[in-house]
Design a protein around this ligand. Structure first.
Ligand code: MG
Length: 274
């Protein structure tokens, strides 16, 4: 009886494997397999003897203009802010119009104690670009000097801080995943000049019962320097307490008003959904 059961399971496994393989193959790959030269996703079988056997011609990646003249961002990006107005942003407190200051130079600045602002649109996994600047007039120290931050899906903070000649706890310094991951380097430009953040974010996944089944991950480049190398997000990034893992779907990009006259400015913010 046990033998019959195992035989049945074996047949089922092979049947499923065959179906999945055939359904997901490109015609060229299928042809290669039939010729015994290539197995989909694996480098096995008979060693290819010509360069063409390991060259694919589709699917063709889409063309993206990295400096679209109209958008001022990649041609396939969603522009969240490039000066002018805060139409794509709302107050995180009460969803009313964002009350931060729009400047004449295409930037915006935190309006002290008006609260965080977040995008109207929600996002899942994404590539996020933004530029930020600490105020040139230095004020405060430690976490109270030019503190802001970008929250991925409104929950997970990549720290923004004026750390120039201003030490603080390292897992809260500029480019940290706040209180979770110390950055690999400190790569700020001089205070008062524009920094870039380029962030690759993969959202966490949750099952039907709300349990996290896959952690989010994040990579952060600061002025082209790698600070966070595909690190695992352990949960929310509170000032006090452990990370929490509430189930959620897509969420906004949120920018922090730290509430201590941080005066951090932002410009050229765009997203490419992944
Ligand atoms: Mg912060």
């Amino acid at each position: 009886m046990r033998f019959i059961y195992f035989a049945f399971v074996l047949i089922l496994v092979f049947a499923c494997k065959e179906k999945v393989t055939v359904d997901t193959l490109e015609p060229k790959e299928l042809e290669a397999i039939e010729e015994g030269t290539l197995v989909h996703g694996e480098y096995s079988g008979t060693e290819p003897t010509t360069p063409e056997e390991t060259e694919f011609n589709e699917p063709v990646p889409p063309v993206v203009n990295p400096q679209d003249p109209i958008k001022g961002a990649p041609s396939d990006a969603i522009v969240l802010f490039n000066g002018g107005n805060l139409d794509n942003w709302i107050s995180s407190r009460d969803s009313t119009a964002a009350k931060w200051i729009v400047n004449n130079d295409g930037s915006m600045t935190v309006n002290n104690k008006t609260g965080d602002i977040q995008t109207v649109q929600n996002f899942g996994s994404m590539q996020l670009h933004l530029e930020w600047k600490s105020p040139s007039e230095i004020q405060g120290k430690g976490q109270s000097r030019g503190n802001s931050g970008v929250f991925l899906q409104g929950l997970y903070e990549v720290q923004i801080l004026d750390n120039n000649d201003n030490d603080t706890y390292v897992n809260g310094q500029v480019g940290s995943i706040y209180k979770q991951h110390t950055p690999l380097a400190m790569a700020s430009v001089p205070t008062g000049e524009w920094n870039t953040y380029d962030i690759i974010y993969h959202a966490p996944e949750f099952d039907e019962d709300g349990n996290k089944i896959k952690s989010g991950t994040v990579t952060v480049m600061h002025n082209g320097i790698l600070l966070q190398d595909n690190v695992e997000i352990k949960g929310t990034t509170p000032y006090i307490g452990w990370p929490k893992n509430p189930a959620h779907g897509k969420g906004p990009v949120k920018l922090q008003d730290h509430g201590d006259n941080s005066r951090v400015s932002y410009r050229n913010i765009w997203v490419r959904e992944l």
